[in-house]
Write a protein that binds this ligand. Structure first.
Ligand code: KIV
Ligand code: ZN
Length: 515
């Protein structure tokens, strides 16, 4: 192991999925995992195998289909969790079991109701079990940053002796500050006698907006694995963001003297994929992947950049996948060009029929919209490889009326299993009216949890991408619809959500039932 190479451990598919509403289907996880693999992520935490049959299947599918990264499943320090994790990663080229137990006084007393000695003994037993199933075992001290130093050292020494190869000390509740969190790593590494037998790992939450700073402080003090997520997705305020850590290390090699294997050119497309799958938009001013991250607005800045780029630019937008010439295709582009562009964006199709659908969609869009950008192509195919979506509900003849001083209304023909239903309703706006009209026929009994519209590119002819999140009996679906007309995009998204619910392609919150 090269001491100057940082292991990048991505947990978008596990901790990222713990953001309420961000849960993903198996096929969505595989698509994201393939992008992470392409980016050279060292370890992909694909899920929490015991959490649900769906999560087990997701970890298993990622382990079967992604071969260049280590595939990891989380497991509580509980026998059935560890066995299930071992089962899920069995077919991986390189698999890892990541087991954890809380080690802070407050967690041990009130949550686990265990004495420290029992926790230590149990952790050793569970790491030993995990090592029987897998050579690569990571042990995490949950709430590690609030744990007592002597206990940290004892449990770390004992679990390394039991076979843990990676020791993770998370800042579970995002309470740490860089100076303190960094020096904790230094002290622990200096005081644990067998510390040289393991890689130390950092895992930070962003409750105080310090997740990236804390992670980098840990790296400066000896951590050689960093756990992070795309777009900083994650429980509560999220996790440390992969793109920020990677680019900080790359741009400030002078300050960190460490490298990663990550190929940053895939960062923007991966960010976009995660955002469209989860329905979590990226804020425009988000570092690296926000729409404004490389936009120079003020005259002074623009002048400086034109004269000498480095006056105001510390990184090149192209290095993380922003295209300087974003115009890629137009109305006359042929199938080969469209396919090649999809390939470059990391979008593949699992059948000829799906490629044909995408090409048809491209032609329809090119008729409405003069210039087709990468973002348009990505929006066009979001969800395209989703299997088994039965198109029970479709629509035609949408009409929306919005007139000053009058109640907005919408009417459409809803096709249910091929039968036509004409429906019309009034609402607080035309979108509300259209959804009410649909519900008059469908009566889905679902709750609308999110309605999100974003413009895929610039300009008023931009494709509007709408995400509609529905929840019914603990099942969550994210329907996505795109169109140059946002009312049509909204109806498409709503019907897509209903079709997903109906096809049983939903996501359950991965940590429901106290897991
Ligand atoms: O935040 C945390 O402590 C975790 C552990 C399970 C690693 O996510
Ligand atoms: Zn976490």
């Amino acid at each position: 192991m090269n001491k100057n190479q940082l292991i990048v451990f991505d947990t978008t598919l596990r901790d990222g999925e713990q953001s309420p509403g961000a849960s993903m289907t198996r096929d969505e996880k595989v698509r994201i995992a393939k992008m992470l693999e392409k980016m050279n992520v060292d370890v992909i935490e694909a899920g929490f195998a015991i959490a649900s049959p769906g999560d087990f299947e997701s970890v298993k599918a990622v382990a079967e289909q992604v071969k260049d990264s280590t595939i990891c499943s989380l497991a509580r320090a509980v026998t059935i969790d560890i066995e299930r994790a071992g089962e899920a990663i069995k077919s991986a080229n390189s698999g890892r079991i990541h087991t954890f137990i809380a080690t802070s006084p407050i967690h041990m007393k009130y949550k686990l109701m265990m004495e420290p000695e029992q926790v230590l003994e149990h952790a050793v037993k569970m790491v030993t079990l995990a090592r029987d199933l897998c050579d690569d075992v990571e042990f995490s001290l949950e709430d590690g940053s609030r744990s007592e130093f002597d206990f940290q050292c004892r449990i770390i020494e004992a679990t390394i002796n039991a076979g843990a190869r990676t020791i993770n000390i998370p800042d579970t509740v995002g309470y740490g500050v860089p100076k303190e969190y960094g020096s904790m790593f230094k002290r622990v590494i200096e005081n644990v006698p067998n510390a040289d037998k393991a890689i130390f790992s950092t895992h930070c939450h962003n409750d105080l907006g310090l997740a990236v700073a804390n992670s980098l402080a840990a790296v400066e003090n000896g951590a050689r694995q960093v756990e992070c997520t795309i777009n900083g997705l994650g429980e509560r305020a999220g996790n440390a963001s992969l793109e920020e850590i990677v680019m900080a290390i790359k741009t400030r090699g002078d300050a960190y003297a460490i490298t990663t294997a990550i190929n940053p050119v895939h960062i923007v497309s991966t960010s976009r994929l995660v955002s469209s799958i989860t329905g979590f938009p990226v804020q425009p001013n988000k570092a690296i992947v926000g729409a404004n991250a490389f936009a120079h607005e003020s005259g002074i800045h623009q002048d400086g950049v034109l004269k000498h780029r480095e006056t105001y630019e510390i990184m090149q937008a192209e290095s993380v996948g922003w295209k300087s010439n974003k115009l890629v295709l137009g109305k006359h582009s042929g199938r080969a060009a469209v396919r090649a562009r999809f390939d470059e964006l990391g979008i593949s199709f699992d059948s000829q029929a799906r490629l044909d659908d995408a090409f048809r969609g491209f032609k329809e869009l090119a008729d409405k919209k003069h210039e087709i950008f990468d973002e348009d192509l990505q929006a066009l195919v979001s969800g395209v490889n989703e299997p088994q979506v039965i198109e029970k509900y479709t629509f035609s003849d949408l009409e929306a009326i919005s007139k000053s001083g009058e109640k907005p209304s919408a009417s459409l023909i809803l096709h249910v299993d091929g039968n036509r239903h004409s429906c019309k309703a009034e609402g607080d706006g035309v979108v509300d009216a259209a959804f009410k009209a649909i519900e008059m026929v469908v009566n889905s009994n679902s709750d609308l949890k999110l309605y999100l519209v974003s413009a895929v590119t610039e300009g008023t002819d931009s494709l509007g991408e709408v995400t509609v999140r529905l929840e019914k009996n603990n099942a969550i679906v994210n329907g996505i619809g795109t169109d140059t007309d946002i009312i049509a995009a909204s109806v498409k998204a709503y019907l897509n959500a209903l079709n997903l619910l109906d096809s049983g392609i939903f996501r359950a919150h991965p940590q429901k039932d106290g897991i």
